[in-house]
Design a protein around this ligand. Structure first.
Ligand code: ATP
Length: 449
C-alpha cells in the first residue's frame, strides 16, 4: 500500500464507519462542507479536549475564551481582513474553472487528460483578480451596506478584542495567553482534499501576549514552536512526517514578523498543519486605534505602559483529526487476511473499550457484557456489539481504532474473569471482572503524555 492510497481508503472508511459524511449529501452535497458522524465527533472532541488540557487547564498562564462567531464589522476593518483577506482568483473562459492563481501547481484542470490549469491548448486563464474570502450576511431586518456582518474567518480577533476583559477579570500579568476553540468560515476558492481545506471548519488558536521589543516574543516563539510540534508527536503522529517551514519575507502575512508552519506530509504533499506566528503589536495597536480604547498594559514592575506583542499558535481541529486518521491507518496481513486498523492514541480513539460476547446465545454472557459495559461507561466511552462472530467483531473495532476489547466467554461465568485484547499487539490478558475498569483506567493513564 502506498501512502497516497490511504486517502481513498480513509474517505471510504470515514463514510462507512461514521467518521465523516458529506454535508447535505442527499441533495448532492455542498462544496467542501463536511459533517462529523458518531465516531468522527468523538475523535474531534477528544483531540480538542487534549488541546484544551495542554493549552489551558494544565497551564497557569493561559485563559480560555469562547467569543462569538459574529462580531462588530469594524473588527474586520481594523484587522485588515475587509481590505486584505483575499486570494488571487483566475477563471478559465474555456472550461469555466476557477483557481487560485498562487496555487495553480496544486490545481487540476477539470478536462481530460488530467493537466494543470493553463496546460491545455484551449485554456484561457484570465488575469488574477482579488477575491475576499470572508462570508458575509446581514444583521437585522434591513439588508443594506450598514447591516453587513461577517462570519469570522479566524478565532484570533475575538481574543484580541477581549484582551482587556480577560486580563482584568483574571488579573493576569504578562506574559499570558488566551486560547479558543471554535468555528471559522472561509469562502476558499479551491477547497478540496476531503477535510483538509473546508469552507466551514474549526480552529484551535492561542494568542500569547508578551512584552514588546522583540526578545520576549522571540523567546515565546522558540518555546511554543517545539512544544506544539511535540504535541502532535505525543499523540502519535510519525515524527518523520512532520517538518518546520519558515515563511519567506514575501510570503509573510501583512501582520507577521515571523511565521513558521508545522507541516505534515499528507498523501498529496507537505502542507500546513499549524502555524506559529510572531504578530508584533499589530493587532492590539490596530484595535486600540480603531476603537479609541486604551488596550495598553501597565507593568507594575517597571511602571511602564506598553502595547503587548503577540505570539500565536494557530491550529485546525479538522486538519488535526484528518492527520491523526491518516497517520494511524495500518494494513497488515494476519492469517491470510488483511487487517485494517487505526493505531490511534487511546486518548483520541472514539471508543476506549468494546465489550463483546463470545456466545450471544447465552443470556448470562450477554448480561455480564452489559454489566461491564455500563460500569465502564460511567468513566469512558464503551460499546457493546454482538452482531457478528468474535473474529469479525475484533476487526471492526480495529478498523475504528478501539484500543481494547473485553471478551466475555463461557469460562467467565465460572471463574469471574474476562479477556482484554489490545488492538496493536493483539495480545490478550485474563482479568477479573471487578478489575476490568481499573486496568483500563490505568492503561489510559499510562498512555497519556
Ligand atoms: P492555508 O495556507 O492552508 O490556507 P492558512 O495559513 O490560511 O492555511 P491560518 O490562517 O494560519 O491558515 O489558520 C490556522 C490553521 O487553521 C491552519 O494551520 C489550518 O490547520 C486551519 N485551517 C485554515 N484554513 C482552513 C480550511 N479552509 N479548512 C480547514 N482548516 C483550515
Amino acid at each position: 500500500m502506498s501512502f497516497p492510497d490511504v486517502m481513498e481508503k480513509l474517505v471510504s472508511l470515514s463514510k462507512r464507519r461514521g467518521f465523516v459524511f458529506q454535508s447535505s449529501e442527499i441533495y448532492g452535497g455542498l462544496g467542501s462542507v463536511w459533517d462529523y458522524g458518531p465516531l468522527g465527533i468523538e475523535l474531534k472532541r477528544n483531540l480538542q479536549e487534549r488541546w484544551w488540557h495542554a493549552m489551558v487547564r494544565s497551564r497557569d498562564d493561559i485563559e480560555g475564551l469562547d467569543s462569538a462567531i459574529l462580531m462588530h464589522p469594524r473588527v474586520w476593518e481594523a484587522s485588515g481582513h475587509v481590505g486584505g483577506f483575499v486570494d488571487p482568483l483566475v477563471d478559465c473562459k474555456f472550461c469555466q474553472g476557477r483557481f487560485r492563481a498562487d496555487k495553480l501547481q496544486d490545481a487540476q484542470c477539470p478536462r481530460k487528460p488530467s493537466k494543470k490549469p493553463g496546460e491545455h491548448s484551449e485554456c484561457q486563464l484570465t488575469e488574477p483578480r482579488q477575491f475576499n474570502l470572508m462570508f458575509q450576511t446581514y444583521m437585522g431586518p434591513v439588508q443594506d451596506e450598514a447591516s453587513i456582518v461577517y462570519f469570522r474567518p479566524e478565532t484570533a480577533q475575538g481574543s484580541y478584542v477581549n484582551f482587556k476583559n480577560v486580563r482584568e477579570s483574571s488579573r493576569k500579568k504578562i506574559p499570558f495567553g488566551i486560547a479558543q476553540i471554535g468555528k471559522s468560515f472561509r469562502n476558499e476558492i479551491s477547497p478540496g482534499n476531503f477535510v483538509f481545506r473546508m469552507r466551514e471548519f474549526e480552529q484551535m488558536e492561542m494568542q500569547y501576549f508578551v512584552a514588546p521589543g522583540g526578545p520576549p516574543a522571540a523567546a515565546a516563539f522558540e518555546d511554543w514552536l517545539p512544544r506544539r510540534k511535540a504535541w502532535y508527536e505525543a499523540y502519535g503522529v510519525t515524527p518523520a512526517r512532520l517538518r518546520l517551514r519558515e515563511h519567506a519575507p514575501d510570503e509573510l502575512a501583512h501582520y507577521a514578523k515571523k511565521a513558521i508552519d508545522i507541516e505534515y506530509r499528507f498523501p498529496f504533499g507537505w502542507k500546513e498543519l499549524e502555524g506559529i506566528h510572531n504578530r508584533g503589536d499589530f493587532d492590539l495597536s490596530r484595535h486600540a486605534a480603531a476603537s479609541g480604547q486604551n488596550l495598553e498594559y501597565f507593568d507594575p514592575a517597571t511602571e511602564e505602559h506598553f502595547t503587548p506583542w503577540v505570539v500565536e499558535t494557530a491550529a485546525g481541529a479538522d486538519r488535526a483529526a484528518f492527520t491523526f486518521l491518516i497517520d494511524s491507518y495500518r494494513e497488515e496481513q494476519v492469517k491470510g487476511e488483511t487487517r485494517v486498523s487505526l493505531a490511534l492514541h487511546p486518548d483520541l480513539a472514539p471508543y476506549k473499550v468494546a465489550v463483546l460476547p463470545l456466545l450471544k446465545k447465552r443470556p448470562e454472557i450477554v448480561a455480564l457484557c452489559h454489566q461491564i459495559k455500563d460500569d465502564l461507561k460511567r468513566d469512558v466511552m464503551a460499546v457493546y456489539d454482538d452482531t457478528a462472530a468474535i473474529g469479525k467483531l475484533y476487526r471492526r473495532q480495529d478498523e475504528i481504532g478501539t484500543p481494547w476489547c473485553v471478551t466475555v466467554d463461557v469460562d467467565s461465568l465460572e471463574d469471574g474473569a474476562v479477556t482484554i485484547r489490545e488492538r496493536d499487539s493483539m495480545t490478550q490478558e485474563r482479568v477479573g471482572v471487578d478489575q476490568v475498569k481499573r486496568v483500563i483506567l490505568d492503561r489510559l493513564t499510562a498512555a497519556r503524555p
